[in-house]
Design a binder for this molecule. Structure first.
Ligand SMILES: [Fe+2]
Length: 438
């Protein structure tokens, strides 16, 4: 569907209570979070049998563990004996060992050992019979997904049409070079709203138009019945924004990287439009020689453009030519006015490169970061090293958007056409809350 055409909408109101009401948050838990597919983590983080991820989501905790046959299975992080939460963070085990009474569970979720197993259970020895609660688990894009819903859609159906859309984009080969989880004083939906439009970019991110075209007619706005959507923008200077004196450094550096002299263009239009075409041609011709292995199956659009993609309801992925940037917001366990914002900056290895531009966190060494940085945004004080970055600028807007949702003066958003996807997101959310999800 055209994501810039409001005639695709019903017109459901985006009222303020959606962002602060505990009753609304409870409805989201009951009808959305316990039904959708969640990402537990990256497959790259659990390469060996016994390696496991822990994903804590609101009051729930789930383990996803690599099996001996290479598959991944997911279990509730709750001992089958008395319900004790067994592990607190991702690690590696042969068996999950409950710290309370010492019960041991195998990687496949079966009880392998319990104290007095053969002498104190009149019902019979539970070992080999009792199992941890299991969840459906699947893999796409180098991510481990699970759902608490035993009978809902398959992952591929749920993601429709993402699997087909990005079939040539080698998501699983990207290296995570920056990894943050930031507590933010805003409802989780602020993040999805924000990533569903680029209308705010000129105001909030003035550094972006000189290298990603922000002119509304240059972009393709798409949305799909399941609630997913994307804005595809060419990675070239916008013609409406013409910075003087070095403001186009990002685009110029990109041209030079592909042996194109940015000084050869006579006009700004030619620099932006012909430069972008020349860049595409150079990449098509030189990718193998220059060691850009990840371009091998990428399509012509993916090597020069920016498909900023929101996967309903809370995941956003920027499928950039040399970076894969993952954003996610998850609700706080008890306060609907807080959320956790995940930022994973990933980059594709290029032969000979030891440092990469992470896009959202500055230049980084090209190597896997092993630890997640847990921070509070705290008006920006919690992440001083990200000051001035695009995501930091977004987070700076969050608290006052949250405050504005409480105003008696706010009744509904008055959206531009290019913000159509925001209302669509809320309409699909309403469908889930009414148990009539697409
Ligand atoms: Fe933004």
């Amino acid at each position: 569907m055209d994501g810039r055409d409001p005639s695709n909408l019903r017109g459901d109101k985006i009222t303020g209570d959606r962002y602060y009401s505990p009753e609304f948050a409870q409805k989201e838990w009951d009808h959305l979070w316990t039904k959708i597919w969640h990402i537990a983590g990256r497959t790259a983080d659990i390469p060996e049998p016994g390696d496991f991820l822990v994903h804590n989501f609101m009051q729930e905790s789930v383990i996803a563990v690599r099996q001996d046959d290479g598959s991944v299975r997911a279990f509730y992080n709750s001992c089958g004996h008395r319900g004790m939460r067994m592990v607190s963070e991702s690690s590696s085990v042969d068996t999950f060992h409950c710290p309370y009474h010492g019960w041991k569970w195998g990687k496949d979720g079966t009880l392998v050992d319990a104290q007095d197993a053969d002498v104190d259970f009149k019902r019979g020895n539970p070992c080999g019979k009792l199992k941890l609660g299991e969840l459906r688990c699947d893999i796409w894009g180098g991510f481990v997904w699970y759902t608490m819903d035993d009978d809902g859609q398959s992952l591929e159906e749920y993601l429709e049409p993402m699997v087909a859309l990005y079939r040539g984009y080698p998501m699983d080969t990207a290296v995570r070079v920056a990894w943050y989880r930031i507590e933010l004083n805003a409802n989780w939906k602020f993040v999805t709203d924000n990533f569903s439009e680029s209308y705010h970019t000129r105001t909030a991110h003035p550094q972006v138009p000189p290298w990603i075209d922000q002119d509304v007619d240059s972009a393709r706005h798409e949305m799909w019945p399941k609630g997913h959507g994307r804005t595809v923008q060419p990675m070239r200077p916008s013609l409406s924004d013409r910075p003087a004196g070095g403001g186009n450094a990002m685009f110029e550096a990109e041209l030079r990287k592909w042996d194109i002299d940015p000084g050869k263009y006579e006009t700004y239009e030619e620099f932006a439009l012909q430069g972008w075409k020349d860049l595409k041609a150079a990449k098509q011709k030189l990718w193998a020689e220059k060691g850009y292995r990840h371009y091998e199956k990428m399509n012509d659009e993916e090597i020069t453009d920016s498909p900023h993609t929101v996967i309903f309801p809370n995941v956003t992925i920027s499928f950039l030519p040399d970076n894969l940037v993952f954003f996610r917001s998850e609700p706080h366990a008890s306060d609907p006015e807080k959320c956790y914002f995940d930022l994973w900056c990933m980059a594709f290895p290029v032969e000979g490169q030891t440092e990469v531009e992470s896009i959202m966190a500055g230049p980084k060494p090209l190597r896997e970061v092993m630890e997640c940085e847990h921070r509070e945004f705290d008006g920006g004080r919690g992440i001083p090293e990200l000051a001035g970055q695009i995501v930091y600028q977004d987070m700076e807007l969050a608290e006052n958007m949250q405050a504005g949702m409480h105003s008696r003066g706010y009744k509904d958003a008055y959206l531009s056409d290019q913000e159509t996807r925001i209302r669509f997101f809320h309409e699909v959310l309403n469908d889930w809350l009414n148990d009539s999800q697409p």
